[in-house]
Structure formats: C-alpha cells, structure tokens
Write a protein that binds this ligand. Structure first.
Ligand SMILES: NC(=O)c1ccc[n+]([C@@H]2O[C@H](COP(=O)([O-])OP(=O)(O)OC[C@H]3O[C@@H](n4cnc5c(N)ncnc54)[C@H](OP(=O)(O)O)[C@@H]3O)[C@@H](O)[C@H]2O)c1
Length: 220
C-alpha cells in the first residue's frame, strides 16, 4: 500500500520506518521538500521510502498518518491541500500539548473540553474519514503492541465512519500487532476530547514509572 506520513519528528519517522519494514511504500511530508531529517530518513530506509512536501505526501498516500505538532497542524493541513485527502482514511495521532511552561504539560486551551485536535483535523479535511488513534501510547509501542504485556492492553480509537475505523483496526493489527479485541472504539470523533485529555495523565504516569513503555488496560 502507498502510505503518506505527515510529520518528520520522532513519531513520523518511527511509524514510517515500521510500515516500510512491512513492505509498504511510504512518503514522509514536511513544510519543505528538502527537509534535512526527512531526506536522511529516506536515505536510511531504502527504495520504498521517499519524502516531499505535506501536499506531496497527502497526494501519495492511500492511507495517511498525521504525526504533526499540535500547534502547527492546521497550517500543515492547509498547505497539504484538503482535496488531497478526499475519501481517504486519515489516522490522526497528534496531541494538543503545551510544553511552553515546562513539565507537566497542559492541553492547548483551544483544543480541550468542548473541542479537540481530532475534531479540528476532521473539520479541516471534511472529505476525509478521520480516525483518532495511537495518540495515547509512545511511538515505539504504537508500532509494536507486543512490547508491553504480550499485547494485552487497550488502544482507544474514535471517528465518524465505521468502515474507516474497521480499516484502521485492520491496518494496526496487520502492521503493528494490535489485537483487534484490545482496540476500544469509543464513538464518533468528539471522543477525541477524552483520548487527548488523558495524555497529560499519561505524562504523569511516565514520570512516576520512569519509562514511556506502558499502557492502559480496562478491566471489567
Ligand atoms: N512522542 C511520542 O511518543 C508521541 C506519542 C503519542 C502522540 N504523539 C504526538 O505525535 C505528534 C508528533 O510528535 P513528534 O514529536 O514526532 O513531532 P513534533 O515535533 O511534535 O512535530 C513535527 C512536525 O510538525 C511540523 N510542524 C511544526 N510546526 C509547524 C508549523 N508551525 N506549521 C506546520 N508544520 C509544523 C513539522 O514540520 P517540518 O517537517 O517542516 O519541520 C514536523 O513535520 C505530536 O502531536 C505528539 O503530541 C507523540
């Protein structure tokens, strides 16, 4: 499959590399076609790897991962061109975190309580099927669920389109070892408010446990 990854940070690079290992073609998108980190990533990930602008990566992908800085997401999506996302499944894993006052982070006030980054992404890309997923785990766990408790822990997803959520479950199971029965569908994209709101709590747990390699497990 051709996959577009918008974002050249740690997360975009880890997601992209893991998908290439699984045999997909991946284009990493950035503000500039010659972004240094993206160009280095392409060189070290072989012939199925490429990089370009946000628009290039969005046009390339049949499925698109959004791995952007919360504050830059709207500008990045506008420059990517909303038409390039038409009818595509978009996996949004951004978090609207504000680290400007140090630790612990807070949520950006424009994306909390009654509005979320996930809803913003869906609003910016009205013709896409946005699924919020993976934002509640660290990048190395996103791409291999088996790294914690043999994969027995929960991933929260939400989005407006049932077929898109099923496709995301399939992509995560096939490529990143997420057990379908451990993926909890919370509802429509408004539930991104909740899955984003638990991320400052996640940071607190990470500080207490002194590792990012953990996850939540719901027990009933
Ligand atoms: N670290 C984790 O394990 C983890 C776990 C869950 C979720 N997340 C979330 O994943 C997302 C990506 O995190 P990250 O640490 O990999 O990268 P990041 O540094 O948060 O974001 C990097 C990307 O954002 C773009 N960007 C930054 N400012 C921008 C602006 N003003 N306009 C347009 N684009 C802008 C950059 O563009 P250029 O390529 O042009 O520089 C780059 O592609 C974040 O929302 C984070 O909260 C991270």
């Amino acid at each position: 499959m051709k996959i577009g990854v918008l974002g050249t940070g740690n997360v975009g690079q880890i997601i992209g590399a893991a998908l290439i290992e699984k045999g997909h073609e991946v284009m990493l998108g950035s503000r500039t076609a010659t972004n240094e980190k993206a160009t280095a990533w392409t060189k070290s990930n072989g012939p199925r790897a490429s990089n370009g602008t946000f628009a290039d990566a969005a046009a390339f992908g049949e499925v698109i991962f959004i791995c952007l800085n919360g504050l830059g997401t709207v500008d990045a999506l506008q420059s990517a061109g909303p038409n390039n996302f038409q009818n595509k499944v978009v996996i949004d894993l951004t978090n609207p975190l504000d680290f400007s006052k140090g630790m612990p982070p807070s949520l950006l006030p424009q994306y909390c309580n009654t509005w979320s980054m996930g809803e913003e992404v869906q609003q910016q890309l009205p013709a896409a099927h946005v699924v919020k997923a993976l934002n509640t785990v660290t990048a190395n766990l996103m791409v291999d669920a088996n790294r914690v408790n043999d994969g027995n822990h929960n991933l929260f997803i939400c989005g407006n389109d049932v077929d898109a959520k099923n496709k995301v479950k399939h992509v995560l199971a096939e490529n990143f070892n997420w057990k379908p029965e451990m993926i909890l569908d919370l509802g429509d994209i408004r539930y991104a408010r909740m899955t984003e709101a638990i991320v400052p709590f996640w940071v607190a747990v990470m500080q207490a446990e002194k590792t990012p390699m953990f996850n939540y497990m719901i027990v009933t």
